[in-house]
Design a protein around this ligand. Structure first.
Ligand SMILES: [Zn+2]
Length: 317
């Protein structure tokens, strides 16, 4: 079962969150595989790491809307997206346009000519038309212009630049589990005169411990074993794990009704042309690989207006 663990280092003003996504992650991959849409291994890893990172980042903020993590660029992978809702439901997709080498990192996948970017968007559930969501964008390279190879490094950079928060993020994913550990220095209380040297020492020590965590360990160890292995000498205060029904879980928001409104926006002639040519309009969701099929009878029942509607943004998801 997927789970999320929050903890604090007492007296150090450092917090941590550990997430493990397993059952939902496995079923997402199984759905893709049975739809013939399995990702190459490096893309699967990126998608899993982004899902884990998105859940961790949403868990650090009080926000009732979606957090959307996007990386886009100019390599064989055009785009990868992870969306996380306030209830920690997540979904993830990637657009792969050319073969991806088995050992490809972020640079080879998305940042071949240095044009890759990472965007973090906070979307409100009740956003008015024309109202822009909050968005922060960072490049996929460090301050010296060296390309970053892992999405975790990009997001550490984002947290420092956009939120002024020192953050350590270790991420890993394979076909079984997508996991992440986040350690963050809490901002000083307003007006408080902090012992800066003490604060730095504490955070630096925790940060060094986190740096010893290997990808394989993060994937293999359960929460108890992992936290003990890293922090057994630290004043760790654990909170009740978020598990069971409240745990992060895979969920998609696509529906037949959304496909129907997309067909209405397309217009009757266009929809009927597709049915005439292909026997049905078939649309697959890029997030969950669900397929929606509208044959001639279904299309007729939709009673699509003859004229295409004004271009809006109906999508199936
Ligand atoms: Zn879907």
């Amino acid at each position: 079962m997927s789970e999320l663990h929050r903890f604090l280092f007492e007296g150090l003003a450092v917090r941590g969150i550990l997430v493990r996504l397993d059952d939902g992650w496995q079923s997402l991959l199984a759905r893709r595989a049975s739809a013939g849409a399995a990702w190459p291994e490096p893309v699967q890893r990126l998608a899993g790491e982004m899902a884990a990172a998105g859940v961790l980042m949403h868990a650090t903020i009080k926000w009732n809307g979606a957090l959307i993590l996007q990386v886009y660029g100019d390599g064989p992978v055009r785009l990868a997206v992870a969306e996380v809702g306030a209830d920690l439901t997540y979904r993830v997709t990637a657009k792969v346009e050319a073969p991806v080498a088995d050992d490809a990192g972020l640079e080879a996948m998305l940042n071949v000519h240095g044009k890759g970017r990472c965007a973090v968007t906070l979307d409100t559930p009740d956003r008015q038309p024309g109202q822009q969501p909050y968005q922060g964008v960072v490049p996929l390279h460090d301050d010296e212009g060296r390309p970053l190879q892992a999405i975790g490094s990009v997001l550490e950079h984002y947290m420092l630049q956009s939120e002024q928060l020192d953050t350590r993020l270790v991420l890993a994913a394979d076909g079984r589990v997508a996991a992440g550990l986040l350690i963050q220095r809490l901002p000083p209380a307003r007006g408080a005169r902090e012992d800066d040297i003490g604060r730095d020492e504490g955070y630096n020590r925790i940060s060094h411990l986190v740096a010893t965590l290997g990808r394989d360990e993060l994937l293999a160890l359960d929460a108890e074993a992992l936290l003990h292995r890293l922090f057994w000498q630290e004043p760790l205060r654990r909170f009740e794990p978020v598990a069971g029904l409240q745990a992060p879980r895979f969920a998609c928001t696509c529906s037949a009704a959304k496909v129907a409104s997309m067909l209405r926006a397309l217009g009757r002639a266009e929809a009927e042309d597709i049915v005439a040519e292909q026997g049905a309009v078939t649309v697959s969701c890029e997030f969950c690989a669900a397929t929606y099929r509208f044959d001639a009878v279904d299309v007729a029942e939709l009673d699509i207006p003859v004229e295409a509607q004004a271009p809006g943004t109906p999508t199936i998801n």
